[in-house]
Design a protein around this ligand. Sequence first.
Ligand code: PGA
Length: 219
Amino acid sequence: MVNLFIVANWKSNKTIEDTNNFLNEFKDLYIARDDVQVVICPPYLSVSTLSNFIATNNLKIDSGVQDISPFDDGAFTGEVSASQIKELVKFTIIGHSERRKYFGETDELLSKKCEKAQSAGIEIIFCVQNEDTPIPQGVKIVAYEPVEAIGTGHPDTPENADRVAAVIRAKHEGGIVLYGGSVTAENVNQFTSCVNIGGVLVGGASLNPSGFSSIIKNA
Ligand code: PGA
């Protein structure tokens, strides 16, 4: 039974060639666990490379995207809609703090993205920056990522992350709360052993095949 999610967020990193190199190395290092659901969210350009590789090699990994259009199919230049991407992915991240900061994404826009993902049957990993960030209806997986912990090498304390996760869970009964922000193979277990934390969202440390496989092993 799955009780931990380990989600890789590659952000705007890796070419298609880099993705193939990562996967060829990772498949020999990765030891699948019954209790862990691994999700890799590459940039859009590598999603089909990843999904095809998973299918061909019969790997216990799911693919996801890092963002999704708030619109349906149609005249929306540059966007990829939920119904277009659903044949390739099971998950989408929505509301990452970098989307909010650099692309001006508002709570209202993020709600629309969630509606589109839900109607296409894509599972949402909704990022919140603290326990007060609004969470749209129907979201089941929330990732608590304090901004000051992202990419800094200064994670939140496991005690505080567990406290915030408990507050979020109390508001969203049945919800799963992940922690993200400077997670590494060395500290992952401090977070995954917290009673209210159901997994981790990993940025920088997911880019390296051996680092990411160690995170899965140590979680
Ligand atoms: P980080 O990023 O692991 O590099 O801190 C996490 C994230 O932004 O999802």
